[in-house]
Design a protein around this ligand. Structure first.
Ligand code: PLP
Length: 389
Protein backbone atom coordinates (compact mmCIF):
# COMPACT_ATOMS: atom_id res chain seq x y z
CA UNK A 1 0.00 0.00 0.00
CA UNK A 2 1.18 3.53 -0.73
CA UNK A 3 1.73 5.92 2.16
CA UNK A 4 -1.70 7.52 2.62
CA UNK A 5 -0.27 10.58 4.38
CA UNK A 6 1.11 13.91 3.27
CA UNK A 7 4.73 14.55 4.24
CA UNK A 8 3.78 18.02 5.36
CA UNK A 9 1.39 16.90 8.08
CA UNK A 10 3.56 14.02 9.26
CA UNK A 11 6.48 16.35 9.96
CA UNK A 12 4.39 18.66 12.15
CA UNK A 13 4.65 17.55 15.81
CA UNK A 14 1.49 17.42 17.95
CA UNK A 15 0.92 20.24 20.45
CA UNK A 16 3.28 20.08 23.44
CA UNK A 17 0.50 21.15 25.80
CA UNK A 18 -1.46 17.94 25.68
CA UNK A 19 1.20 15.51 26.87
CA UNK A 20 0.97 16.58 30.49
CA UNK A 21 -2.80 16.51 30.64
CA UNK A 22 -2.97 12.93 29.54
CA UNK A 23 -0.82 12.08 32.58
CA UNK A 24 -2.83 14.36 34.90
CA UNK A 25 -6.14 12.83 33.92
CA UNK A 26 -4.93 9.48 35.23
CA UNK A 27 -3.21 10.76 38.38
CA UNK A 28 -5.20 10.86 41.63
CA UNK A 29 -5.06 14.17 43.58
CA UNK A 30 -3.17 15.94 40.80
CA UNK A 31 -3.79 19.67 40.40
CA UNK A 32 -3.51 21.17 36.98
CA UNK A 33 -2.47 24.77 36.39
CA UNK A 34 -1.98 23.86 32.82
CA UNK A 35 -5.07 24.47 30.79
CA UNK A 36 -5.69 27.82 29.12
CA UNK A 37 -9.39 27.76 29.77
CA UNK A 38 -11.56 29.88 32.10
CA UNK A 39 -12.77 28.00 35.18
CA UNK A 40 -16.03 29.99 35.15
CA UNK A 41 -19.27 28.65 33.74
CA UNK A 42 -20.61 30.60 30.80
CA UNK A 43 -22.80 33.31 32.40
CA UNK A 44 -26.34 32.05 32.76
CA UNK A 45 -28.08 34.69 30.64
CA UNK A 46 -25.83 33.69 27.72
CA UNK A 47 -26.57 29.99 28.18
CA UNK A 48 -30.26 30.81 28.44
CA UNK A 49 -30.18 32.51 25.05
CA UNK A 50 -28.63 29.39 23.55
CA UNK A 51 -31.28 27.20 25.15
CA UNK A 52 -34.03 29.58 24.01
CA UNK A 53 -32.78 29.44 20.43
CA UNK A 54 -33.09 25.64 20.55
CA UNK A 55 -36.59 25.87 22.01
CA UNK A 56 -37.55 28.13 19.15
CA UNK A 57 -36.26 25.54 16.72
CA UNK A 58 -33.36 27.62 15.42
CA UNK A 59 -31.42 24.56 14.43
CA UNK A 60 -30.52 25.41 10.84
CA UNK A 61 -27.41 26.65 9.07
CA UNK A 62 -26.90 30.38 9.25
CA UNK A 63 -25.46 32.34 6.34
CA UNK A 64 -21.77 31.52 5.79
CA UNK A 65 -20.45 34.68 7.40
CA UNK A 66 -22.78 34.33 10.39
CA UNK A 67 -26.06 35.80 11.60
CA UNK A 68 -26.46 39.40 10.51
CA UNK A 69 -27.58 40.36 14.02
CA UNK A 70 -24.39 38.92 15.49
CA UNK A 71 -22.17 40.61 12.91
CA UNK A 72 -23.84 43.94 13.75
CA UNK A 73 -23.19 43.34 17.47
CA UNK A 74 -19.54 42.39 16.80
CA UNK A 75 -18.94 45.56 14.79
CA UNK A 76 -20.61 47.74 17.37
CA UNK A 77 -18.57 46.04 20.13
CA UNK A 78 -15.28 46.60 18.24
CA UNK A 79 -16.21 50.22 17.73
CA UNK A 80 -17.35 50.77 21.32
CA UNK A 81 -14.42 49.02 22.99
CA UNK A 82 -11.49 49.62 20.65
CA UNK A 83 -12.48 52.48 18.38
CA UNK A 84 -12.33 50.59 15.08
CA UNK A 85 -15.16 50.67 12.56
CA UNK A 86 -16.04 47.60 10.50
CA UNK A 87 -18.90 47.12 8.06
CA UNK A 88 -21.02 44.16 9.27
CA UNK A 89 -21.97 43.24 5.68
CA UNK A 90 -18.48 42.98 4.23
CA UNK A 91 -15.78 43.14 6.86
CA UNK A 92 -16.57 40.56 9.53
CA UNK A 93 -17.12 36.80 9.60
CA UNK A 94 -18.08 34.48 12.44
CA UNK A 95 -15.79 31.47 12.82
CA UNK A 96 -15.37 28.26 14.79
CA UNK A 97 -13.28 29.88 17.52
CA UNK A 98 -10.36 32.19 17.01
CA UNK A 99 -8.59 29.00 15.93
CA UNK A 100 -10.44 28.78 12.63
CA UNK A 101 -9.97 32.49 12.01
CA UNK A 102 -6.17 32.14 12.35
CA UNK A 103 -6.11 29.19 9.95
CA UNK A 104 -8.37 30.80 7.36
CA UNK A 105 -6.54 34.14 7.48
CA UNK A 106 -3.20 32.47 6.78
CA UNK A 107 -4.64 30.34 3.99
CA UNK A 108 -6.24 33.37 2.36
CA UNK A 109 -3.06 35.46 2.44
CA UNK A 110 -0.16 33.13 1.68
CA UNK A 111 1.38 31.88 -1.53
CA UNK A 112 4.04 29.14 -1.41
CA UNK A 113 7.27 30.50 0.06
CA UNK A 114 5.76 33.62 1.64
CA UNK A 115 7.33 34.25 5.02
CA UNK A 116 5.27 34.76 8.15
CA UNK A 117 6.92 36.41 11.13
CA UNK A 118 5.87 34.70 14.33
CA UNK A 119 7.02 36.18 17.65
CA UNK A 120 7.59 33.44 20.24
CA UNK A 121 6.88 32.32 22.90
CA UNK A 122 3.34 32.28 21.54
CA UNK A 123 0.23 30.22 20.95
CA UNK A 124 0.85 26.83 19.44
CA UNK A 125 -1.18 27.09 16.23
CA UNK A 126 0.61 29.86 14.30
CA UNK A 127 3.54 27.77 13.09
CA UNK A 128 1.62 24.63 11.99
CA UNK A 129 -1.15 26.69 10.36
CA UNK A 130 1.49 28.67 8.44
CA UNK A 131 3.08 25.44 7.20
CA UNK A 132 -0.31 23.98 6.25
CA UNK A 133 -0.97 27.17 4.27
CA UNK A 134 2.29 26.67 2.32
CA UNK A 135 3.98 29.55 4.09
CA UNK A 136 7.36 29.65 5.79
CA UNK A 137 7.32 30.43 9.51
CA UNK A 138 10.11 32.76 10.61
CA UNK A 139 10.47 32.95 14.37
CA UNK A 140 11.20 36.17 16.24
CA UNK A 141 12.53 35.21 19.66
CA UNK A 142 11.17 37.55 22.32
CA UNK A 143 13.09 38.08 25.53
CA UNK A 144 12.29 38.59 29.17
CA UNK A 145 14.48 41.70 29.28
CA UNK A 146 11.98 43.33 26.87
CA UNK A 147 9.06 41.97 28.95
CA UNK A 148 8.41 39.63 26.02
CA UNK A 149 7.24 42.49 23.80
CA UNK A 150 8.01 42.75 20.10
CA UNK A 151 10.60 45.49 19.62
CA UNK A 152 11.17 47.38 16.34
CA UNK A 153 14.78 46.09 16.28
CA UNK A 154 13.73 42.48 16.57
CA UNK A 155 11.11 42.93 13.86
CA UNK A 156 13.49 44.64 11.42
CA UNK A 157 16.10 41.92 11.90
CA UNK A 158 13.82 39.23 10.45
CA UNK A 159 12.20 41.04 7.54
CA UNK A 160 13.26 39.81 4.10
CA UNK A 161 11.86 40.49 0.60
CA UNK A 162 9.69 37.38 1.12
CA UNK A 163 8.07 38.55 4.36
CA UNK A 164 4.36 39.04 3.92
CA UNK A 165 2.59 38.65 7.25
CA UNK A 166 3.40 39.47 10.86
CA UNK A 167 1.46 37.63 13.55
CA UNK A 168 0.86 39.94 16.50
CA UNK A 169 0.02 37.75 19.51
CA UNK A 170 -0.87 40.23 22.29
CA UNK A 171 -2.05 39.98 25.04
CA UNK A 172 0.16 36.94 24.88
CA UNK A 173 -0.30 33.29 25.65
CA UNK A 174 1.93 32.05 27.39
CA UNK A 175 3.83 35.08 28.75
CA UNK A 176 0.95 37.43 29.63
CA UNK A 177 2.81 40.26 27.87
CA UNK A 178 0.83 43.16 26.42
CA UNK A 179 1.81 45.89 23.99
CA UNK A 180 0.64 49.45 24.55
CA UNK A 181 -0.30 52.05 21.95
CA UNK A 182 3.10 53.78 21.74
CA UNK A 183 4.82 50.42 21.20
CA UNK A 184 2.32 49.37 18.55
CA UNK A 185 2.80 52.69 16.73
CA UNK A 186 6.46 51.88 16.19
CA UNK A 187 5.57 48.43 14.85
CA UNK A 188 2.90 49.97 12.59
CA UNK A 189 5.44 52.36 11.04
CA UNK A 190 7.64 49.44 10.01
CA UNK A 191 4.67 47.45 8.73
CA UNK A 192 3.69 50.30 6.41
CA UNK A 193 7.25 51.01 5.31
CA UNK A 194 7.92 47.34 4.49
CA UNK A 195 4.46 46.78 3.03
CA UNK A 196 3.46 43.93 5.34
CA UNK A 197 0.14 42.63 6.67
CA UNK A 198 -0.80 41.76 10.22
CA UNK A 199 -2.78 38.96 11.77
CA UNK A 200 -3.54 40.36 15.20
CA UNK A 201 -4.72 37.69 17.62
CA UNK A 202 -6.65 39.65 20.23
CA UNK A 203 -8.47 36.79 21.88
CA UNK A 204 -7.36 38.08 25.33
CA UNK A 205 -8.21 41.73 24.60
CA UNK A 206 -10.69 41.86 27.50
CA UNK A 207 -8.19 40.40 29.94
CA UNK A 208 -5.75 43.23 30.60
CA UNK A 209 -4.91 44.49 34.07
CA UNK A 210 -2.80 47.59 33.63
CA UNK A 211 -4.97 49.64 31.28
CA UNK A 212 -7.18 49.22 28.24
CA UNK A 213 -6.17 47.08 25.27
CA UNK A 214 -5.23 48.85 22.04
CA UNK A 215 -5.80 47.13 18.72
CA UNK A 216 -3.23 47.89 16.04
CA UNK A 217 -6.11 48.06 13.53
CA UNK A 218 -7.16 51.35 15.15
CA UNK A 219 -3.87 53.07 14.29
CA UNK A 220 -3.73 55.25 11.17
CA UNK A 221 -3.29 53.26 7.95
CA UNK A 222 -3.46 49.90 9.72
CA UNK A 223 -7.04 48.74 9.26
CA UNK A 224 -6.41 47.92 5.60
CA UNK A 225 -3.35 45.85 6.58
CA UNK A 226 -4.82 43.95 9.52
CA UNK A 227 -6.88 40.85 10.09
CA UNK A 228 -8.20 41.24 13.62
CA UNK A 229 -8.99 38.00 15.39
CA UNK A 230 -11.10 37.71 18.49
CA UNK A 231 -13.63 35.36 20.03
CA UNK A 232 -15.85 34.40 22.91
CA UNK A 233 -13.83 31.58 24.52
CA UNK A 234 -11.72 33.57 26.94
CA UNK A 235 -13.63 36.77 27.64
CA UNK A 236 -17.05 35.16 28.13
CA UNK A 237 -15.90 31.72 29.35
CA UNK A 238 -17.33 30.06 26.23
CA UNK A 239 -14.57 27.70 25.08
CA UNK A 240 -16.89 24.79 24.32
CA UNK A 241 -19.28 26.89 22.25
CA UNK A 242 -16.52 27.21 19.64
CA UNK A 243 -17.15 30.72 18.49
CA UNK A 244 -14.83 33.45 17.28
CA UNK A 245 -14.59 35.99 14.51
CA UNK A 246 -12.31 37.82 12.13
CA UNK A 247 -12.62 41.44 11.07
CA UNK A 248 -10.66 42.48 8.02
CA UNK A 249 -10.75 44.67 4.92
CA UNK A 250 -13.25 43.40 2.37
CA UNK A 251 -10.53 42.38 -0.09
CA UNK A 252 -9.12 39.85 2.39
CA UNK A 253 -12.36 38.90 4.12
CA UNK A 254 -14.05 37.83 0.88
CA UNK A 255 -11.36 35.24 0.24
CA UNK A 256 -11.34 34.07 3.86
CA UNK A 257 -15.07 33.60 3.60
CA UNK A 258 -14.67 31.29 0.59
CA UNK A 259 -12.40 28.95 2.56
CA UNK A 260 -14.81 29.01 5.51
CA UNK A 261 -17.74 28.39 3.15
CA UNK A 262 -16.23 25.25 1.69
CA UNK A 263 -14.50 23.89 4.80
CA UNK A 264 -16.95 24.76 7.58
CA UNK A 265 -20.17 26.18 6.08
CA UNK A 266 -21.04 28.22 9.17
CA UNK A 267 -20.23 28.50 12.87
CA UNK A 268 -22.61 26.69 15.27
CA UNK A 269 -26.05 28.32 15.16
CA UNK A 270 -26.88 27.91 18.87
CA UNK A 271 -23.57 29.50 19.82
CA UNK A 272 -24.21 32.42 17.51
CA UNK A 273 -27.49 33.23 19.25
CA UNK A 274 -25.82 32.92 22.64
CA UNK A 275 -23.00 35.23 21.49
CA UNK A 276 -25.48 37.99 20.64
CA UNK A 277 -26.55 37.95 24.30
CA UNK A 278 -22.90 37.98 25.38
CA UNK A 279 -22.14 41.13 23.41
CA UNK A 280 -25.37 42.88 24.34
CA UNK A 281 -25.43 42.20 28.07
CA UNK A 282 -22.11 40.60 28.98
CA UNK A 283 -19.98 43.60 30.01
CA UNK A 284 -20.65 43.12 33.71
CA UNK A 285 -19.73 39.42 33.50
CA UNK A 286 -16.47 40.23 31.75
CA UNK A 287 -15.73 42.84 34.38
CA UNK A 288 -16.36 40.40 37.25
CA UNK A 289 -14.18 37.68 35.70
CA UNK A 290 -11.42 40.18 34.93
CA UNK A 291 -11.39 41.31 38.57
CA UNK A 292 -11.22 37.75 39.78
CA UNK A 293 -8.32 36.91 37.42
CA UNK A 294 -6.53 40.04 38.54
CA UNK A 295 -6.84 39.00 42.19
CA UNK A 296 -5.35 35.59 41.36
CA UNK A 297 -2.65 37.19 39.25
CA UNK A 298 -1.51 39.36 42.14
CA UNK A 299 -1.68 36.43 44.53
CA UNK A 300 0.52 34.30 42.27
CA UNK A 301 3.01 37.08 41.64
CA UNK A 302 3.42 37.54 45.38
CA UNK A 303 3.68 33.79 46.03
CA UNK A 304 6.37 33.35 43.33
CA UNK A 305 8.33 36.23 44.78
CA UNK A 306 8.17 34.67 48.23
CA UNK A 307 9.54 31.36 47.01
CA UNK A 308 12.27 33.04 44.97
CA UNK A 309 10.86 32.19 41.53
CA UNK A 310 11.71 35.10 39.27
CA UNK A 311 8.74 36.28 37.24
CA UNK A 312 8.17 39.46 35.27
CA UNK A 313 4.75 40.99 35.88
CA UNK A 314 2.26 39.98 33.20
CA UNK A 315 -0.48 42.51 32.43
CA UNK A 316 -2.66 40.38 30.20
CA UNK A 317 -4.35 37.00 29.58
CA UNK A 318 -4.37 34.55 32.53
CA UNK A 319 -0.84 33.19 32.60
CA UNK A 320 2.36 33.72 34.59
CA UNK A 321 5.68 32.79 33.00
CA UNK A 322 8.19 32.29 35.83
CA UNK A 323 11.84 31.56 35.12
CA UNK A 324 13.31 28.32 36.44
CA UNK A 325 16.74 28.93 34.94
CA UNK A 326 18.48 29.02 38.31
CA UNK A 327 17.71 25.34 38.93
CA UNK A 328 19.82 24.19 36.00
CA UNK A 329 17.06 21.97 34.61
CA UNK A 330 15.19 22.14 31.34
CA UNK A 331 11.57 23.30 31.47
CA UNK A 332 10.49 19.81 30.53
CA UNK A 333 12.51 18.20 33.33
CA UNK A 334 11.20 20.69 35.87
CA UNK A 335 7.57 20.23 34.79
CA UNK A 336 7.89 16.45 34.69
CA UNK A 337 9.43 16.26 38.16
CA UNK A 338 6.89 18.72 39.59
CA UNK A 339 4.13 16.52 38.28
CA UNK A 340 5.64 13.24 39.47
CA UNK A 341 6.83 14.50 42.87
CA UNK A 342 4.16 17.03 43.84
CA UNK A 343 1.32 16.24 41.43
CA UNK A 344 1.08 19.75 40.00
CA UNK A 345 0.82 20.14 36.24
CA UNK A 346 2.21 23.21 34.48
CA UNK A 347 3.34 23.56 30.88
CA UNK A 348 7.04 23.76 29.92
CA UNK A 349 7.79 27.07 28.20
CA UNK A 350 9.22 25.17 25.24
CA UNK A 351 5.68 24.12 24.23
CA UNK A 352 5.43 27.69 22.90
CA UNK A 353 8.75 27.88 21.07
CA UNK A 354 12.38 27.03 21.74
CA UNK A 355 12.96 30.42 23.36
CA UNK A 356 10.51 29.37 26.08
CA UNK A 357 13.30 27.19 27.48
CA UNK A 358 13.93 28.04 31.13
CA UNK A 359 10.33 29.11 31.77
CA UNK A 360 7.02 27.53 32.79
CA UNK A 361 3.52 28.55 31.82
CA UNK A 362 1.32 28.65 34.89
CA UNK A 363 -2.34 29.36 34.23
CA UNK A 364 -4.32 31.18 36.89
CA UNK A 365 -7.68 30.38 35.38
CA UNK A 366 -8.28 28.25 38.46
CA UNK A 367 -10.02 28.91 41.78
CA UNK A 368 -8.00 30.55 44.56
CA UNK A 369 -8.49 27.35 46.58
CA UNK A 370 -6.78 25.29 43.88
CA UNK A 371 -4.12 27.92 43.34
CA UNK A 372 -3.29 27.99 47.06
CA UNK A 373 -2.89 24.23 47.27
CA UNK A 374 -0.84 24.13 44.04
CA UNK A 375 1.37 26.98 45.21
CA UNK A 376 2.12 25.30 48.52
CA UNK A 377 3.17 22.17 46.61
CA UNK A 378 5.33 24.19 44.21
CA UNK A 379 6.91 25.96 47.17
CA UNK A 380 7.73 22.59 48.79
CA UNK A 381 9.27 21.42 45.51
CA UNK A 382 11.37 24.58 45.13
CA UNK A 383 12.56 24.30 48.74
CA UNK A 384 13.59 20.73 48.07
CA UNK A 385 15.58 21.82 45.01
CA UNK A 386 17.16 24.62 47.04
CA UNK A 387 18.17 22.08 49.69
CA UNK A 388 15.94 23.76 52.28
CA UNK A 389 13.72 20.78 52.91
C1 PLP B 1 -3.62 33.21 21.84
C2 PLP B 1 -4.74 32.31 21.48
N1 PLP B 1 -5.34 32.46 20.29
C3 PLP B 1 -6.35 31.67 19.91
C4 PLP B 1 -6.81 30.66 20.71
C5 PLP B 1 -7.94 29.82 20.21
O1 PLP B 1 -9.09 30.01 20.96
P1 PLP B 1 -10.53 29.60 20.44
O2 PLP B 1 -10.38 28.80 19.21
O3 PLP B 1 -11.15 28.83 21.57
O4 PLP B 1 -11.23 30.90 20.19
C6 PLP B 1 -6.23 30.45 21.97
C7 PLP B 1 -6.65 29.34 22.84
O5 PLP B 1 -6.03 28.98 23.81
C8 PLP B 1 -5.17 31.31 22.35
O6 PLP B 1 -4.56 31.16 23.54
Amino acid sequence: MRNPLSDRIVTIPPSGIRKFFDIVSEMKDAISLGVGEPDFDTPWHIREEGIYSLEKGRTFYTSNAGLKELKVEICSYLNRRFGVFYDPDHEVMVTVGGSEAIDVALRAMLDPGDEVLIPQPSYVSYVPCTILANGVPVIIELEEKDEFKLTPEKLLEKITPKTKVLVLPFPNNPTGAVMVKEELEKIAEIVVEKDLFIISDEIYAELTYGGEHTTIAALPGMKERTVLINGFSKSYAMTGWRLGYAAAPRLILEQMLKIHQFAIMCAPTTSQYAAIAALRDGDKDVQAMRESYDQRRRYLKHAFEEMGLECFEPYGAFYMFPSIKRFGMTSDEFATRLLREEKVAVVPGTAFGDCGEGFLRVSYAYSLKNLKEALSRISRFVNKLDGKA
